[in-house]
Structure formats: structure tokens, C-alpha cells
Design a protein around this ligand. Sequence first.
Ligand SMILES: Cc1ncc(COP(=O)(O)O)c(C=O)c1O
Length: 393
Amino acid sequence: MNYNFAERVSQMESSVIREILKVTERPEVISFAGGLPAPELFPIKEIKEAFCEVLEGDDPSALQYSTTEGYLPLRGYIAARMREKGVEAGPDNILITNGSQQALDLLAKLFVDPGDVVLVEKPSYLGAIQTFRSYQAGFCPVPTDDQGIDIDALELAIKKQNPKMIYLTPTFKNPTGVTMSLERRRAAADLLGKYGVPLIEDDPYGDLRYSGEPLPPVKSFDDAGRVIYLSTFSKTIAPGLRLGWIVAGRELIRKLVLAKQGTDLHTGTLVQRAVYRYLEKTDVSGHVLAIRREYGRRRDIMLEEMRQNFPEGISWTRPDGGMFLWVTMPEHIDTIQLLERAVEENVAYVPGAPFYTDREGLNTMRLNFSNSTPHQIKSGIRRLARLFASCLH
Ligand SMILES: Cc1ncc(COP(=O)(O)O)c(C=O)c1O
């Protein structure tokens, strides 16, 4: 059947890389490709108890339709956590979403008309690029370095492009692991006040820090009320819960509520109540600390193995947190072509090019360190090192 799809569907491409990566489901393949947390750290027992306790209360409202804004006690809990991070927020400033991915979709639905420009970091989170693209956004990629986005280039791009919004992942960015410096956070917030542009601050990884000092979110410097902050329980509890949130001014929250009503009415009542119960009765900071210790260990093992085994001419980032690091190969190496050979060697990564909106980054790749055991990390990095050595000499 030939469907007469809407024009925007032409922007939704399936990717060659996804096809190659399908084979990573084979148990012999060590995959650094996915963005998955370590499943052995999911608090299954505690989550199971929380669901049971909510249902044992025999309160049918746990299974009833509920408000689009989200479960009020959960919004209160999140608002209190945001205040600890220096962000002034009450429950009315919070909208519960089906993960931050839905938040990105709702924001694009509200802000992006076909052809509108979104400023993104170079490179940027693929899931955000795909969502904005599905609303027919145009992109202006802004250069970044090891301190985050280049502020002068950002200001120039705002002046030249008149963007509808800016999208940043300031902390332990997916895909590079880089964190924006304190000075640049302040400077970015100042620019928003000066030019009146909204900024989406996507912060799924902020609580996963393994070294260095915590930094306040850009939103904490947001005197002009322009920053829309997103986060999620996907990385600190479990992604299958599909529970995230938006922090914004009340007026914008009201518009987002309208957008969400058309999408799914509300986020699951039972899951919100169970997660709230879990948060209330568990030592959540102890749980997050255990994740940080383990991921920090895995990051260190990966970095050390790379230092010992990768041939000269290759460079990589050394993130203070999150789940990824970023490898840059010599200019002539095409990491999409190389992926087929890597998969033959039973090791996988994600090529960097899809994280760019302007066909750059062909010689880059993203490696995930949270979802492989230390033993797998050692073997996988050695397999990659052998492959790299064979194509560089
Ligand atoms: C930067 C970034 N934003 C958003 C998401 C989506 O997260 P969620 O599971 O909350 O939808 C991810 C997931 O990997 C991410 O890396």
C-alpha cells in the first residue's frame, strides 16, 4: 500500500548504522554502542515493593486517569530537589513526562514551525536532533571545545540566525561526555536575557559525577526566565519507568500541559505513585552513590585500557561523569565504514557522524562505559585497539 504521508515524514530516516548495530544483540559481541545503564544496578526489589504497596492500599485512584501535570507529591519532591540545585521551583513549575524524550517532543511541538532554526551543540544528542527534525526544524550547529559550547560563536549564531530555541546538554554531554564550565553557564544565561531566546537545558546525567566538583545548572542563573530544564529518572533509577520532568515558568507549563493532553493525556498514574513511594522510603542518595562508584570504576578501566592499547594519532575525552566518552580518529578514517569490521571482530561503537547536523565528524565515535562489565571493557577495548592499529599502519 502506498501511503500518502505528511511531508514531515520524509525527515524521518531509518539509519544504516542501526542496521549494522542489530548484530550487537549476539552474545559474543561486546557493545559500547548503546546508551544503556547497567541493569544489575536497577533497584528491582525496592521498585517491586513500591508498586505492591501502592496497590495493596486498595486505592482505585492509583489505576484511574489523573492530571496531565503529574502526581502532586512527586512534583513537590522534584521541586525540592531542584531547589537544592539552586533552581527556584515549586510544584506548579514541574510537568511530569514520559521520559525527557517526550519533553523534547512537546517542546518542539510548541516552538518549532517548519524551517525554524534550532541552535545545537556540535555534536549534539541524536534523539533531540531526530525529534526537532521531525517537526521540520533547520539547524545551526555551534562549535564546542573541552569547556562546552563556544560562547562567542553562540552569540554570533543568535544574532545571525534568529533561532526559535537553543538546545544544550551542559553536563556530561551525550555524546562527548564534556561539561560546560561555570563561566560559560553564566555567560549563556546572560545571552538569553539579552536576546530573549529560550534555551532547553537537557540534564539526564547531572547526578552521575565521578570526579571534580558539582556545577549548578544554567537554569540556576536564569534571571530572565528563559531556561527550560529537563531531567529524568532513567539514569538514576531505571529507563523502563519512562519518567522524566520539565521545570519551567507557570505560563509555559500551562502550554506544555495542552500539548501533552493531545499526546497521551498524562504519564501513567501507577508508575508515578510507585516511584514517589520508592523515593520517599529508600535511601536514594545511597543508591545513586553506588551507581556513581561503579560507573566511575568502569570509566577509569576504559580510560586506562585505551591509554595502554590505542595506537598513536587517536585522541579521546576524559569525562567527569555520565555514560560516554568520545574518540577522534585521524581525519582519513571513516568510522561508519570501520564499524562493519569492528562488528566482525565482535565489538561495536556508535559512529559520530549522526550526532552532527552538518555531515561532519566522520572520523569520530561514541563509546559507552556504563553497560559493560570491567572484564568486557578490557576485552572490547583491546579488540578495538587491534582493529585501529591494523587500519593506521
Ligand atoms: C541527552 C539525552 N536527553 C534525553 C534522553 C532521553 O531520556 P529519557 O529516558 O528520560 O527519555 C537521553 C537518553 O539517553 C539523553 O542522552
